[in-house]
Design a protein around this ligand. Structure first.
Ligand code: ITT
Length: 214
């Protein structure tokens, strides 16, 4: 057990990392993978990219209006793949996240990935009017080997007036979280600082608590 006060500084030796319990994370997004690895490592968990024959399996995202439906559909497909591979007793983590902009009636939400790729940040910025309030949500769905547990994290913030910073991924250069100094976008923070405030950090710390109790 790692004392809570030392978790932020905990950087396990590579040899110890090999002995840590593993969480399989099914995602095609390398930005999410590195954040989740950094988030769970201080709690003593190693995060492994879930792959079959050296490839992250493609999942079908259903047409749905909420992140929970999408996350549950993803985990169901992942569990089916585990079963086909004879690995049903292993764990599996998936997550679905989205950016919800108030003045755009919570758009892009579940369509965040599609809008990021098709419109891009500059065009999203042009759509945002005087009310710049927005929030991110992450819904993480975790297959324990027996049941699915769901964890939700939310981060409130503002859409910046211009692209700021080079770190992170997706909408990070235009999202300023209210926690912290309220000035910098996620893309101007390092991984550790972003995760302290982020939707993903909040959802994953609940998962870490669940893992420590079960
Ligand atoms: P999966 O394989 O895990 O599904 P994905 O990128 O398709 O990866 P989502 O469906 O959850 O993931 O897409 C949400 C999109 O929202 C994602 O592609 C990013 O553009 C954006 N996004 C999610 N989390 C973000 C974060 O922490 N910072 C910035 N943008 C984020």
């Amino acid at each position: 057990m790692i004392p809570a006060g030392t978790r932020e500084d905990f950087n396990p030796h590579p040899l110890f990392r090999d002995m840590m319990p593993t969480v399989n994370f099914l995602t095609g997004n390398p930005g999410k993978l590195s954040e989740v690895q950094a988030l769970l490592s201080p709690f003593g968990y190693s995060v492994n990219s879930f792959e079959v024959d050296g490839k992250v399996p493609d999942l079908v995202e259903p047409q749905a209006h909420d992140l929970t439906t999408v996350a549950l559909a993803k985990v169901a497909q992942g569990v089916e793949i585990l079963a086909q591979e004879g690995r049903l007793s292993e764990s599996l983590l998936v997550e679905d996240s989205g950016l919800f902009i108030d003045s755009l009636t919570n758009f892009p939400g579940v369509y965040s990935s599609h809008i990021f790729q098709s419109l891009g940040l500059e065009r999203v910025l042009k759509l945002v009017e005087s009310n710049r309030e927005a929030h991110f949500i992450t819904v993480a769905a975790y297959w324990t080997g027996e049941i699915v547990e769901v964890f939700v994290g939310r981060c409130d913030g503002l859409i910046s007036t211009k692209i700021q910073g080079e770190g992170g991924f997706g909408y990070d250069p235009i999202f300023i979280p209210l926690e912290g100094d309220g000035q910098r976008t996620f893309a101007e923070m390092n991984n550790e600082e972003k995760s302290r405030f982020s939707h993903r950090g909040k959802a994953l710390r609940q998962l870490a608590e669940f893992l420590s109790e079960n």
